[in-house]
Design a protein around this ligand. Structure first.
Ligand code: ADP
Ligand code: ASP
Ligand code: MG
Length: 447
């Protein structure tokens, strides 16, 4: 069997879903499980509606909700089903407005409707077009812990349910389920975090021992740079799991960072494909290294980063300082992305500034802290970096006068990461792309 995951843009309209149906139909013999995201930008809209409601603007929230309902009605004939879902949603939204409090649990409840609806709508379109599709509510299959908005799968029960609820049908049916959502063992709805449908596809693929996990999206595959930052990127034909994981972690949104691990553990190839251009080969992600004449496979970027410079004279020659420092980040549930240290200072970056004030206050108990906002991480990734001299020199020479706020190499042998001011990001990536992809190894890259 194979898993085929289609993202929001791939199912954003009736026409898009029909294109998807054609793609699936051509692969029915491979016994696909189809995983779909919410239609278009539905998840953003639902989360916005929940926030508007708790902020007290009930009417605005309900008005926006009707727009989202109309959008779904426009692209499906399942009037009654859609109406019933939106009635439930409207009740939830009224409840939120009355309470004026938004818990992670209610955010998940609201957000889940996107995938619950899209999966039903896609199933119906498939059936209408002659595909023997059967719907499965992902919440009965994907079992998670209770960390709402960021839930982690419980692989034991999830794999059991995949085997009992999905596997037996694959012989006769194309199974369709929503990505992103799951439920706790007590049946409370959860979500796996934004962009989590890719993760659902990997969890299902690993649990069902798939031949391949396909991530169908709106680009030709992993490109050598983020197309929203730098045009002229090239498709990478093949990547190793380790390279893909690193790129995803450092901002290549085309793949959710959690996607790689389950596939890698079971050695299931992952393929990124374009639902608008299914004839393109995409990017194949495999377990072994992919040798290439180019040292770098792709450049990933992460915007909206905060840099903290932590200095302490008392730290000089003292042990236990780093432990104390990381304890502060752990206490405030703030993950640290990148770090570099010297004898008396530590520079690090955080992605989420939600608890920044509390973090700084606690660090100030034993150190001085300087904060730089509006920074961006640039990360060059490639197994070729390993053991290659001269890369840092090439990077600095390509960057010319652009200031590097922080540099980190060596933590992982396959990435070189550094931080620049966000206003310099596009220029920095453009120059690096020019430097590292001027000539292309045609075996690995598509010009
Ligand atoms: P989906 O809705 O299908 O999950 P996403 O929007 O989550 O799609 O991911 C696809 C997007 O990822 C692309 O449209 C592109 O803007 C972005 N992206 C960022 N970095 C890269 C990269 N290196 N290669 C390809 N796409 C990238
Ligand atoms: N619909 C969810 C989101 O927008 C999950 C996904 O699309 O992967 O975050
Ligand atoms: Mg995505």
């Amino acid at each position: 069997m194979i898993v085929m995951k289609f993202g929001g843009t791939s199912v954003e309209s009736a026409a898009a879903i029909e294109r998807v149906a054609g793609i699936v139909q051509a692969r029915v013999s491979r016994r696909p499980l189809v995983v779909v995201s919410a239609m278009g930008k539905t998840t953003n809209a639902l989360l916005e509606i929940a926030r508007t409601a708790v902020e007290g603007d009930r009417d605005a929230a309900l008005f926006r909700l009707r727009q989202v309902r109309d959008f779904h009605l426009q692209h499906s004939e399942m009037e009654r089903t859609i109406e019933a879902h939106f009635q439930q949603l409207a009740e939830l939204v009224r409840g939120l407005a009355a309470l004026g409090e938004l818990t992670p649990r209610s955010l998940d409840a609201v957000a889940s409707f996107g995938e619950r609806l899209s999966s039903l709508i896609v199933t119906r379109h498939f059936q209408r077009l002659g595909i023997p599709a059967k719907h499965m509510d992902a919440r009965t299959v994907i079992v998670t812990d209770g960390r709402h908005t960021q839930a982690a799968p419980l692989f034991g029960p999830t794999n059991e349910r995949l085997k009992s609820c999905i596997a037996p049908h694959l012989e006769k049916n194309v199974m369709v389920m929503g990505g992103f959502i799951g439920s706790t063992e007590n049946g409370v709805t959860t979500t796996l975090g934004r962009g989590g449908s890719d993760f659902t596809a990997a969890i299902a693929g690993a649990g069902l021992d798939a031949e391949e996990i396909q991530i169908w999206t709106d680009v030709d595959g992993m490109l050598t740079c983020d197309p929203t930052i730098c045009s002229g990127g090239h498709r990478v034909r093949r990547l190793s799991f380790r390279e893909a994981a690193e790129l995803a972690y450092f901002g290549a949104k085309v793949l959710h960072p959690a996607t790689v691990a389950p596939a890698m553990e079971q050695d299931i190839p992952v393929r990124i494909l374009n639902s608008r251009r299914p004839e393109v080969d995409g990017t194949l992600i495999v377990s072994h290294p992919v040798p290439a004449k180019n040292v770098i496979k792709a450049i990933a970027t992460k915007r909206n980063i905060t840099v903290l410079n932590v200095q302490s004279l008392r730290m000089f020659m003292a042990y236990g300082f780093l432990e104390r420092m990381f304890d502060v980040f752990a206490r405030h549930e703030t993950p640290v992305d990148m770090i570099s240290t010297s004898e008396v200072s530590v520079s690090l970056t955080i992605d989420s500034a939600t608890h920044l004030e509390k973090v700084v206050a606690d660090l100030n108990q034993f150190a001085e802290v300087a904060v730089t906002r509006e920074a961006a991480i640039v990360c060059l990734v490639g197994e070729g970096i390993q053991g290659q001299g001269g890369i840092v020199a090439r990077v600095f020479s390509a960057l010319g006068g652009i200031e590097v706020l922080m540099l980190s190499q060596g933590a992982s042998a396959l990435n070189l990461g550094f931080v620049v001011a966000e206003r310099d990001l596009e220029q920095a990536v453009g120059r690096l792309h020019q430097e590292f992809f001027r000539e292309l190894d045609r075996e690995v890259f598509d010009a």
